[in-house]
Design a binder for this molecule. Structure first.
Ligand SMILES: [Zn+2]
Length: 449
């Protein structure tokens, strides 16, 4: 993107999708197209896909080998592109430097993600300064769906370095004229509430667990009328029940963002109509695919989200398997944007291959929903670990209001008992006491088949 009209400098939330303008400028190669269609987006993406494939064939050791016998000069259709092999998280873990297309001197930021995969190796992703700038630009335009110039935004996001996600979001907010307030330790819910009370934010950004914990603590302290007009849930998948709980407690619009480090920390966000998440179509190309075959599925059908980066030079990714399941919504959003929409019910699908059927039903979103009715728990995040013949679920609760060991066990039993071949559940004691705790309490639940 190169030029933004001057009248865009002061922003008010409108019915239009603010992600349209940067896409119109990109597709117009620097000059905003007066209008654009879905077909314009598809044609532009097909030409960029050919460009990026030729670029990686030439510059990345991994793709030089992977695409050795393939012709990537042009793609006549999305179906043709979908015949290319996919890239997996294991490929990235195995040899991250083989994906690098530039000199290491051109890399401004390296993100290392620890993962629970079989190799235990971390994932490494490399970003150039231009790519970080693109992310800031996406945050600037994406946040225009939620806030106007002059609004205050409380972001519950870590920002230990100048180019961490919280810091990039703050840069994006500055450039649209909003005022960011950061809680860099979002696990500290008391600190979030102190900032909330002091700054009375118009908007709150964070994971579902962190925002839910703030809402519950705010309610516990007697909060009734909130200043919040909009909320953006990011990073985690979230359940409809959690989104509705926040919406009702604060009487605000709840938007969702989908993205991951592999998509340069940004991917899709819902517009003011909140009917699905508009994709950042000129930076990433998203396919919904059959997880087995990798073939393209039609809009409306659920499958694995596979991503190709269209503009990255440092470490482009081609047909990267995200491990997230979702679908593209059919029809047109009331905002009229031709940018496709991901349905907000995105879920992780990467489970151990030999996991029993019931294991698929106990997702973090399900557990989130279950604890909504339990005022003793501020919020929680569940993680799974597979050991031989045994599954372990670790749930981090963000503090408890009263001693609820018994009800906690019962809740988990109620959750799993209707499932076929119900597992035996052992709850291991975590930190718990009779007072409200806003620290980071941990519990382990061991599920033995
Ligand atoms: Zn829209």
């Amino acid at each position: 993107m190169q030029s933004v009209p001057a009248e865009y400098a002061t922003h008010r939330i409108t019915e239009k999708n603010p992600l349209d303008l940067p896409a119109q400028i990109d597709i117009g190669r620097g000059v905003p197209m007066p209008s654009f269609s879905k077909e314009d987006v598809v044609n532009w993406q097909l030409s960029k896909l050919a460009e990026v494939c030729q670029y990686v064939q030439k510059n990345s050791a991994f793709y030089a080998k992977q695409f050795q016998s393939l012709r990537c000069n042009s793609f006549v259709s999305q179906k043709e592109f979908a015949t290319l092999p996919r890239t997996t998280a294991d490929d990235l873990k195995e040899a991250p430097f083989k994906f690098l297309c530039t000199s290491q001197d051109d890399i401004t930021r390296i993100v290392t993600l620890t993962t629970s995969g079989s190799t235990g190796k971390p994932k490494r992703l490399f970003f150039t300064q231009d790519e970080l700038d693109e992310t800031v630009e996406f945050y600037d335009h994406g946040m225009r769906c939620l806030v106007s110039t002059g609004d205050t935004v409380l972001a519950l996001l870590p920002a230990p370095k100048p180019d961490s996600v919280g810091a990039l979001l703050a840069d994006g907010l500055h450039s649209l004229g909003a005022i960011p307030v950061l809680n860099q330790n979002p696990d500290d819910v008391a600190a979030s509430l102190a900032l909330f009370t002091k700054h009375t934010p118009d908007c709150v950004v964070g994971t579902a667990a962190h925002i839910l914990a703030l809402v519950k603590l705010w309610q516990h302290k007697g909060g009734t009328i909130s200043p919040v007009k909009s909320v953006l849930i990011c990073w985690d998948t979230s359940s409809q029940a959690v989104r509705e709980y926040i919406e009702q407690a604060w009487k605000c619009r709840v938007h969702t963002h989908w993205g991951m480090t592999e998509t340069s920390l940004g991917g899709a966000v819902s517009c003011v109509h909140n009917t699905g998440l508009h994709l950042r179509e000129t930076n990433i190309y998203v396919e919904i695919t059959d997880p087995e075959t990798g073939l393209l599925l039609p809009d409306g059908e659920r499958g694995e989200i596979v991503v190709t980066t269209l503009t990255r030079k440092g470490m482009p990714l081609i047909r990267y398997r995200t491990g997230d399941e979702g679908h593209i919504m059919t029809g047109t959003c009331p905002c009229g944007s031709p940018l496709r929409r991901l349905s907000p019910d995105i879920q992780r699908i990467m489970l151990p291959e030999d996991a029993p059927e019931w294991f698929r039903h106990i997702t973090p979103s399900v557990i989130d929903g279950l604890f909504l009715s339990e005022p003793n728990f501020l919020a929680q995040q569940a993680q799974y670990r597979m050991a031989p013949n045994q599954l372990e679920i670790t749930i981090d609760t963000r503090g408890t209001v009263s001693n609820s060991q018994t009800s906690y066990n019962e809740l988990i039993r109620n959750l799993v008992s209707p499932l076929p071949d119900a597992p035996v559940v052992l709850c291991l004691r975590g930190r718990n006491n009779n007072t409200i705790s806003t620290g980071f309490a941990k519990r382990s639940i061991r599920v033995i088949k």
